[in-house]
Design a protein around this ligand. Sequence first.
Ligand code: DGJ
Length: 729
Amino acid sequence: MGISFNQSKRLFILDAGNCTYIMHLAECGFLEHAYYGPALAGVADADGGELLKHCFAPDSPRWKECESPASMAAEFSSNGIGDYARASGAIRTANGHIVAVPLYQSHRIYKGKAPLDGLPASYGSDSQCETLEITLFDEAARLEYILSYTVFEQLPVIARSLRVVNRADQPAVIERLYSATVDLPASPKGYDLISFPGAWARERQVERRAIAHGITAIGSTRGISSHQMNPAFVILDPETTETAGAAIGQVLLYSGSWQAEIELNPDSNLRTMIGINPTDFRWPLAAGEEFQTPEMLLIYARNGLEELTHASHDFFRRHILRGPWRDLERPVLINNWEATYFDFNEEKLLNLARTAAGLGCEMLVLDDGWFGHRDADNSSLGDWFVDLRKLPGGIDGLSRKIHDLGLKFGLWFEPEMISEDSELYRSHPDYCLHIDGRRRSIGRQQMMLDMSRPEVVDCVFGQLCKIFDNAQIDYMKWDCNRSVSEVGSAALPAERQGEVMHRYVLGFYDLLGRMRERYPNLLIEGCAGGGGRFDAGALCYTPQIWCSDNSDAVSRLAIQYGTSFFYPCSAMGAHVSDCPNHQVRRTTPFETRGLVALSGTFGYELDPSRISEEERRQIPAQIKRFHEVHHLVTNGDYYRNIAPGTSHLCAWSFVSKDKAECIAFAVTIFTVTRAPDYRLKLRGLDPAALYRTDDGQAYSGSVLMNVGLPIHADWRDANAQYWHLTMQK
Ligand code: DGJ
């Protein structure tokens, strides 16, 4: 890890794990992107640095003669100066123009990393990371651009963001501003893109395509990072596989509307940018004001997607997830949602808790329906006080009784929402996002609170505090069940309505941050109609997120597979639910459901008294297994051995960092007659070591990796196999 500035060659050199990132400061002060790839040595020796210089900086003879390169290799790119690819931003100054020529003014390199005002960010101590801030200044517009780059100990990750300060005495307006621009040189092979599209109950599917000339845009305009497209993508060599080839991951720490633009220009140079979605965004910047963009992560791998995933998981564990629960084993929970939906009372919940406790569960989570007069999804959001008809002893009484049973207690909220039928709406009809003169569209029978207003955030926080201060609540499920519409705020004037969408997200982070600060031991699980806000920004506040409302074990194979590319498995909320599955009506073996959930946070979402005796008997054994091996899910390296969708199988494994222990899973998604004799070839083991399975078989690491374990094509769809291997000392 290290950052340096080579004065004679005018190069900023960032060494991050296995990669190097270099910028060249042209004579005129233009900050060129020079190199991003495998770690380089001797860059500044002899003429090495010369190779890194491009010829299209605004002061170069080539640029002056040619005047029309398809793009410059830039750290901040602008239109109107002879770079014809998409620009990093558009800030309209008082004279009506958006041309920007920010040139070098100063830089500073410091140990550690400063937090971002109001926004989530990765973190690290002075010994774990180092930051470079380069200040560019556009003299004509009097706008200052502070580009920030942090590198981290032993990890191929660079955290980037951009801050703009208006130094003019006139206002300017930000119409578009990405967090970072990454220019990659033309490659004869071209580039591939992996993105993660999806839908409700089908989040983060993996889509790979060759990048064609022109602009490819992915993103969300839903006010949440969304089920439909996750705010992360991979740029890779077309030949890159799980285990070989270069890959660059980009991950945005933002939970609202976002966009990435990926442009292959006519010269086949690639420009990628990610940040706040410009749709419905317009941010006036008064004289002296500044604007901070969300942070993004650049992750580099030389040896395939697996290496990218390992780096990303390690980074999230060390520099994104935080708080006491980061390293603690999470309690095995039982959630009443699919067991009772809205139809519960105290007695039912206590019975559920008693049975679950007897089977080894450690926490009861009371889901939707405990507040206001909510018997269906059409009322009471915003009224965070207990429904005494259902819970006569209040949340306080219930939480005490649950603790008396030896269980922890968790409670569901949907803090950003408001129902038309609620006391809050009756007293504050202006508290929802809305535009006067337009209908207030209802989604899942509810509206969204105007979280851009501090008094709305205060009102919800006050209500939450009353509940949390007066009951024993160990866990909070933070849900969010709809996307935005009619984005408008009663509190802002017409010319500032373009701020609402981003201010909403800032309000969401503010409320989350306040809850974390006031209740530091509270375990918060994020959720948005399942995995609609599974992003790196939210993971800075909630160490786990409900991965999907689809709890069918087979559907989960693809969902958890896609989620695993960047996000650690220990953050994926995963439960064993009843069959036929409530979302897709599929019946799968109970054992398979247990193994798929074991690869996430693990818990149950069913009524254990209403499943078969044979299934119920498996629960204590599943929980015991969770306790025995969960450290591998939390701290180990994850391997995607057989991807879902490539055959009738799916297989994955976790290997401890010291290679001494491994758990491996294979699911026959559907049986095929005369199934090919596929083997599960493990990866990441010590080839010379001997590993023993739980049933006493011993194999060398090299046999396990090159011959592989036999996968039985049982005559049963969704049959699963599981192996636990321990190295013989
Ligand atoms: C959507 C969540 O994803 C479910 O788990 C459940 O909490 C419901 N909302 C409750 O309304």
